[in-house]
Ligand binder design. Structure first.
Ligand SMILES: NC(=O)c1ccc[n+]([C@@H]2O[C@H](COP(=O)([O-])OP(=O)(O)OC[C@H]3O[C@@H](n4cnc5c(N)ncnc54)[C@H](OP(=O)(O)O)[C@@H]3O)[C@@H](O)[C@H]2O)c1
Length: 288
């Protein structure tokens, strides 16, 4: 099992977090899919996928409420719950109310990790100070950011307590590798993790032709694996990167969990890189 070695990525009961999380964007938005979505999350938990990623934005709070329902009956201390605050709520005026509302919807009294969803107009120093206050009040255990590029991370590291940030959640998949040039090396050298969102490129929606790509298909065939599993195995290559694929069915969740057992060879990576090469210069951070 691939585990995260970073000290901030332990559950409250002291168990390490598995290096494949469960994304939840759009979960909880359609009543007809509720049963399958809850079953998907519960299957993931049963398979050991103890990190669940959400945000106050997702479904206007309905994703958090769905997670709350899915985890009722599971020992809270065995889970690692991540939520995000809107940029316009990430200052002293609103962050405490926002965090408390997320906790209420999730049916818990603390978050393991709370992220600034993307950078807005609130100064980073104010957000960092508020995050520290949330930690000292016991409402969150750790904090981080999302969608910040290298220059933003450098700015954050320079504000008081900015170095307490433990992660940057960023878009990263085989067909969007720009972060390999400078952001991933920066995060690694500052002992932070990178949470890889859209690791499946929304199953090809973000990159036409990705799922049927011949390199991806050939590598998948060699490993007797699905295209999704190989895409996840690619993002798992660096041990400080945590992919958080979203699944709405137990079948997809099971498929994804098996990616933790796949070890790509240098030959596999070369074949995957033929059509999706590593960057050779700085490109701006991709976001959705
Ligand atoms: N911080 C940010 O700004 C940000 C932005 C975007 C996303 N995120 C987070 O990252 C998570 C993942 O990103 P995402 O949901 O946009 O995209 P994604 O995980 O790359 O792709 C999700 C899509 O892949 C499909 N899928 C999942 N497993 C599959 C499998 N084994 N075989 C075939 N299809 C499969 C899903 O279908 P089904 O739903 O039908 O299973 C869904 O359509 C989000 O849910 C969210 O938690 C964060």
């Amino acid at each position: 099992m691939k585990l995260i070695s970073h000290p901030a990525f332990q559950t409250a009961s002291g168990s390490p977090v598995v290096r494949l999380g469960q994304g939840t964007w759009h979960l909880g938005e359609q009543h007809a899919r509720r049963t399958s979505e809850i079953a998907a999350l519960q299957r993931g938990i049963a398979l050991g996928l103890n990190l669940i990623d959400t945000a106050e934005m997702y479904g206007g709070g309905r994703s958090e409420a769905l997670i709350g329902e899915a985890i009722r009956g599971t020992d809270r201390a065995s889970l690692y719950l991540v939520s995000k605050v809107y940029p316009h709520n990430a200052g002293r005026a609103n962050i405490f109310k926002s965090c408390e509302a997320s906790l209420k919807r999730l049916g818990t009294d603390y978050l393991d990790l709370y992220l600034l969803h993307w950078r807005g107009n609130v100064p980073l120093a104010e957000t960092a100070a508020c995050m520290e206050e949330l930690v000292s009040r016991g409402l969150i255990r750790h904090w981080g950011v999302s969608n910040l590029d290298t220059a933003d991370m450098q700015e954050l590291a320079a504000v008081p307590d900015g170095a307490h940030c433990v992660t940057d959640q960023i878009l990263y998949h085989l067909a969007s590798r720009g972060v390999e040039f400078d952001l991933l090396p920066w995060l690694e050298s500052h002992q932070m993790t990178a949470m890889a969102y859209c690791p499946l490129a929304q199953y090809g929606d973000l990159e036409r032709g990705l799922i049927g790509n011949r390199g991806l298909t050939a590598v998948a065939r060699r490993h007797n694996a699905s295209a999704a599993q190989i895409l996840l195995a690619f993002t798992l290559l660096r041990d400080f990167v945590i992919p958080i694929p979203k699944s709405s069915s137990p079948e997809h969740t099971e498929d994804n969990a098996k990616a933790l057992e796949i070890e790509l060879t240098a030959g596999d990576v070369a074949e995957l890189s033929r059509d999706y090469p590593a960057p050779t210069s700085k490109t701006w951070l991709d976001i959705v």
